[in-house]
Design a protein around this ligand. Structure first.
Ligand code: ATP
Length: 633
């Protein structure tokens, strides 16, 4: 299959995505993608894996860590070299149009060519993208530029635009990964058995297939493993061939925020539930393979084994001799060995992230295990928590200061829960996690923000329920005491369906002087000439400088954790616009900076529908407080 054929389907979606995107058009995108994938399955099934990766702009499973996301400067040099234009001209065009993809396309189509280039194939493009991403070492920059130029020279029509955007790390075709999973399920059913089924049978099959693929993918998030089996065995048998596997990180289960213990009791009425301390460290999914190798993955499925060599050692001491393979869900927490107490998250965040040598470790961690998902080759996901917890306690032993179990208590008395909450806070924890314990609703639900897990943070009760994780997209120059640094910042949440960052508040509170200096130094390196096309903001909140969402430039992935007094509907901010109100967004009132989080990328920032949900669950909405701009220094 040629790259152009693959991209023509993208182009239609892109027109929808960029011009007239509305909620209902998700279905149109799904239709296009389904018929496109079906075409691939029927004609060149050997390309299906590469095509899916190209659609989601990835090269391999997330946990393998191989990423595109080439800096703009390299890309501009490659465009200049491939099209024979001066770099200064390319730069000027990018400043004017704000999209290097468009500039690449225009530069390419204005270029006189003697011979029509050979068509780019999907395999060739995908292979070269992989090579570019894995090019390292001396002169790697020049080698990358050469490879990119080589591809650009063969581009026709809009190929240069999509290729450039792929390399930037962002296709912006309005295609969420969930849609890809649904389209994959639909296309395989339609291709393998579509014509032989009645309309009703087909609808049932499509729904079943979607459920199977989503569930398989959340247990085994690897297209490399799933797609060949899907083509070979079809969707019904997929679970037999693709199962939770030690060594491959499963997407973690997430919790719903709550604002009061009454809310917890109402939700769990009629259920047996249990409370656990909510430790404030870093989530660690710890795997031991059958051969004894241990790996640690983050909340984002990043391999953190190099950050935590000490955890590998701790786990080999804690696992009982009969515990041969496992997947544990844990929190790694900074630990004071002398005082035998938990240390705050800020201490943990000072640990080096890469190439940590065990002998150089200054910040010790203790692992608090709260779930067991896999044991000796068997998946425990469908078992209720009560059973998983029993197996957890039977299979591991406490090693003081190194490994222990999350402190738990089972009761339905609100007084006892309140006392347990106070105890957790006194023990340097963030609050409680409250979980269903028995029955079918107590299974482990990978990747879901489930109502079977509720989080109760110590300072929830009077606030908005949870902090938000937001992306800095702009800043305002500082005056007075803040001369020389930024005085305030424009923050955004992320809408994964529209693929856009939506402004949610200005923030100027909660920063120490050191914070202000560090942010200024860091963010200055990410200034862009104007807002990205996928920033949604009101004219009245236009900042003095704009920033790129940081992950595109391959620096650490950062979001800011922010607390606020409440949320209100606002005519000037754009968060969740169209969900709570057709034209107005939601803004945070009295936002306060808490900390930088390096474990979430900007695309994992609080999503617009979470913002809308927080707003809706506010018992007494603050109403339309002015323009929602309650921001203070
Ligand atoms: P979210 O994960 O909900 O997007 P977040 O990353 O900001 O939000 P929190 O709101 O702090 O995290 O709450 C969930 C996190 O709490 C888990 O991801 C896990 O790291 C941590 N945690 C600590 N103790 C427990 C426990 N006993 N059970 C489950 N999670 C726990």
């Amino acid at each position: 299959m040629t790259f152009s054929a693959a991209k023509s389907a993208d182009r239609v979606r892109s027109d929808i995505g960029e011009a007239t995107w509305k909620k209902g058009e998700e279905l149109i995108i799904l239709d296009y993608l389904t018929s496109f994938l079906r075409n691939v399955i029927d004609t060149t099934p050997e390309n299906l894996l590469e095509v899916v990766y190209l659609c989601i702009n990835r090269l391999c499973p997330q946990y393998d860590g191989l990423e595109l996301g080439i800096g703009e400067t390299i890309l501009m040099k490659a465009v200049a070299s491939a099209t024979g234009r001066a770099l200064s001209k390319v730069k000027a065009d990018v400043e004017q149009h704000g999209d290097l993809g468009l500039v690449a396309q225009a530069s390419r189509s204005n270029q006189p060519t003697m011979f029509a280039p050979k068509p780019l194939t999907v395999t060739k493009v995908f292979k070269t993208l992989k090579e570019i991403a894995s090019t390292t070492g001396g002169s790697s920059m020049q080698r990358k530029i050469d490879k990119i130029s080589f591809l650009l020279v063969s581009c026709k029509g809009s190929e240069a635009k999509y290729l450039t955007r792929s390399l930037e790390g962002k296709l912006r075709i309005g295609l969420a990964e969930q849609t890809v999973l649904v389209a994959l399920a639909h296309s395989i059913v339609l291709s393998k058995e579509g014509p032989s089924l009645s309309k009703e049978q087909l609808e049932t099959k499509l729904t079943e297939a979607t459920g199977i693929i989503k569930s398989v993918y959340s247990e085994l998030p690897s297209y490399d493993l799933i797609i060949p089996k899907l083509l070979e065995h079809g969707v019904e048998q997929l679970h037999e061939h693709c199962k939770l596997t030690a060594g491959i990180p499963v997407k973690p289960m997430l919790a719903h925020p709550t604002k009061s213990l009454t809310e917890v009791l109402n939700r769990f009425e009629g259920h047996v539930f249990t409370c656990e301390f909510k430790y404030d460290g870093e989530r660690a999914q710890i795997h031991q393979m059958g051969d004894g190798e241990i790996m640690v993955f983050s909340r984002n499925s990043e391999n953190m084994s190099a950050k935590y060599p000490d955890i590998l050692d701790k786990l080999s001491k804690a696992a009982k001799p009969d515990t041969k393979s496992f997947i544990l869900d844990c929190e790694a927490v900074a630990w004071d060995r002398e005082k035998k107490t938990i240390l705050p998250f800020q201490v943990l965040s000072t640990r080096k992230r890469k190439d940590v040598k065990e002998e150089d470790i200054k910040v010790q961690v203790c692992v608090f295990a709260f779930d067991l998902l896999f044991l000796n080759g068997r998946s425990l996901l469908q078992e209720p928590l009560v059973e998983r917890r029993k197996l957890l306690h039977d299979s591991f032993t406490i090693v003081e200061g190194d490994f222990t179990f999350a402190k738990a208590m089972t009761t339905n008395s609100v007084e006892e829960i309140q006392t347990f909450l106070d105890e957790s806070v006194a023990g340097f924890c963030e609050g409680l996690m409250v979980k269903t314990l028995e029955g079918t609703e107590a299974s482990y639900e990978p990747s879901k923000r489930s109502r079977n897990w509720l989080k109760v943070k110590k300072d929830y009760i009077s606030g908005i329920g949870d902090s938000l994780d937001l992306v800095v997209i702009g800043a305002y120059q500082g005056r007075g005491k803040r001369t020389g640094v930024y005085g305030g910042y424009l923050l955004a949440c992320y809408d994964p369906d529209r693929e856009e960052y939506q402004s949610i508040c200005k923030i100027g509170t909660g920063f120490s002087e050191a914070n202000l200096e560090t942010h200024h130094k860091f963010l200055q390196e990410h200034i862009i000439p104007g807002p990205k096309k996928y920033y949604s903001y009101g004219e009245g909140t236009k900042p003095d400088v704009w920033f790129a969402p940081v992950q595109f430039i391959l620096s650490p992935r950062k979001v800011w954790e922010v607390k606020a007094a409440d949320l209100s509907v606002s005519p000037v901010y754009k968060a969740a616009v169209g969900i709570v109100d057709n034209s107005k967004g939601i803004s945070l009132r009295f936002p306060r900076f808490i900390r930088v989080r390096e474990d979430k990328s900007p695309e994992e920032a609080t999503a617009s529908d979470q913002v809308a949900e927080m707003y809706n669950s506010q018992k007494i909405n603050a109403g339309e407080a002015g323009n929602g701009d309650d921001f203070e220094y």
